[in-house]
Design a protein around this ligand. Structure first.
Ligand code: PLP
Length: 452
């Protein structure tokens, strides 16, 4: 093979098709079409092997919160690699970056969160959640509390437990999923399930589905409820404001643990450090990943609230769970630099007070477009629901793949936007400026026009 610097795009594509199986991909279809090779990033932009510049409105996979090319993160990784590239937190040892990051996370999380358990990804974090909530109920002398209630169209990862917690039917159709002890209820998706109803009434009704399921299963069988504050991969579904407080009330009524999956919503995405704060609730546990390092290196974990932490620490004995890379020092060093950058640049406040409201304004303007049935935003996440008939909110036949067509136009015109069915979604880096948001909205409008 030619040295990397000398390879043409066609050579990259041939080698990729010959050897590389991509995640969530139809391998044969991709080999026919050829992959796009991304070679470089700076700020909110990427470049491909043809030299085309692309505005990355998805922050990679919802993770590059501080944008590409941040020197502080690169230097933190380099320094830690030179000092100590690896040591573990098993068997009575740990490293300074792991301790410092745990300390720092306890500072930025809501006050009831003083402890953290590290993993390398969101999926592993949610596997940890399954183990931890069941262990908690063992310690309480209620081992029958095994069931974790989640929602259809949720995404909680790709490991066996993560994909089981998730509510993606396509994933459940493969590989013997879901594992036992997971129960799914409907999602708080007003556009699909609540049309004709007042949004807040619908939020309360969607929360009541949780109570109905708890009663049906028997509260003494239910360990926890898990949800993303705003469903990300499901299509940026922002629940009505009434939903989460009602979910918290129901969990309290039956003594059930509430888990907030903050893998996307954490670290400023919604305009607060954590999405649950935007939704006005305090959960018992939080999963995090992605934005904790802005995706520069893999890191995830679980923030453990005092109720669970006290039981595990005071009465639990050895917790028989962990990963080689729990608290990886290089990942933790990068996370510390990342959190310092987010704090120093005031990115959380900027999303809440400036760029988030500005994105909402731009999306409001796009809602007049004949293809658009609804727009939703929360901080720097946004969704545009494409419809066949605007007046009646009639959606397209899924076979028409209108979302995929729109996404293809974006791809050709230098914009990365995702399509979830016919819902076009964005989650740009938190460093994006108003002028860059204007550029993004202009490209979206162009691609909507081309899709018409
Ligand atoms: N939870 C949520 C809400 C996610 O969006 C994701 C990934 O997109 C995950 C968990 C899984 O994280 P990872 O891909 O790091 O395993």
């Amino acid at each position: 093979a030619a040295p990397a610097a000398q390879r043409t795009t066609a050579e990259w594509q041939a080698a990729d098709a010959a050897h590389h199986l991509h995640p969530f991909t139809d391998f044969k279809a991709l080999a026919g079409r050829g992959t796009r090779v991304i070679t470089r990033g700076d700020g909110i932009y990427l470049w491909d092997s043809e030299g085309q510049r692309i505005l990355d409105a998805m922050s990679g996979l919802w993770c590059v919160n501080v944008g590409y090319g941040q020197r502080a993160l690169i230097d933190a990784a380099t320094r830690q690699l030179e000092t100590l590239p690896f040591y573990n937190s098993f068997f009575q040892t740990t490293t300074p970056p792991a301790i410092q990051l745990a300390e720092r996370l306890a500072e930025v999380a809501p006050p009831s969160f003083q402890h953290v358990f590290f993993s390398s990804s969101g999926s592993e974090g949610n596997d940890t959640i399954v183990r931890m909530v069941r262990r908690y109920w063992d310690i309480q002398g209620q081992p029958n509390r095994q069931v974790i209630i989640s929602r259809l169209n949720a995404y909680h990862g790709s490991t066996m437990a993560g994909a089981s917690l998730g509510g993606m039917s396509g994933m459940h159709a493969q590989g013997g999923l879901p594992i036992p002890g997971i129960s799914h209820i409907e999602q708080p998706f007003w556009f699909q399930l609540g049309q004709g109803m007042d949004r807040e009434d619908f939020g309360r009704r969607a929360a009541a589905w949780l109570e109905a399921r708890i009663v049906q299963l028997g509260a003494d069988k239910v360990a926890a409820f898990i949800g993303e504050p705003v469903q990300g991969a499901g299509g940026v579904i922002v629940p009505p404001a009434s939903y989460w407080p009602e979910i918290r009330r129901i969990c309290d009524k039956y003594g059930i643990l509430l888990v907030s999956d903050e893998v996307i919503c954490g670290f400023g995405r919604t305009g607060r450090w954590f999405g649950c704060e935007t939704m006005g609730v305090t959960p018992d546990l939080m999963t995090f990943a992605k934005g904790v390092t802005s995706g520069y290196v893999p890191l995830g974990g679980v923030m453990v609230g005092e109720r669970v932490a006290r039981a595990l620490i005071d009465e639990g004995g050895e917790f028989q769970h962990g990963y080689t890379y729990s608290g990886h020092p290089v990942a933790c060093a990068v996370a510390l630099a990342n959190l310092e950058l987010i704090r120093g640049e005031g990115l959380v406040e900027r999303v809440r007070e400036d760029t988030g409201p500005y994105l909402a304004r731009l999306f409001d303007e796009l809602s007049a477009h004949p293809l658009v049935g609804e727009v939703q935003t929360c901080g720097l996440m946004g969704a545009i629901q494409l419809v066949r008939d605007k007046a009646s909110s009639t959606v397209f036949d899924p076979e028409q793949s209108v979302g995929m067509l729109c996404r293809a136009h974006c791809f050709e015109n230098g914009l990365i936007m995702r399509a979830v069915g016919d819902r076009m979604i964005v989650a740009p880096p938190l460093v994006i400026t108003r002028a860059q948001l204007d550029e993004m909205a202009g490209l979206i409008r162009l691609c909507l026009d081309k899709t018409l």
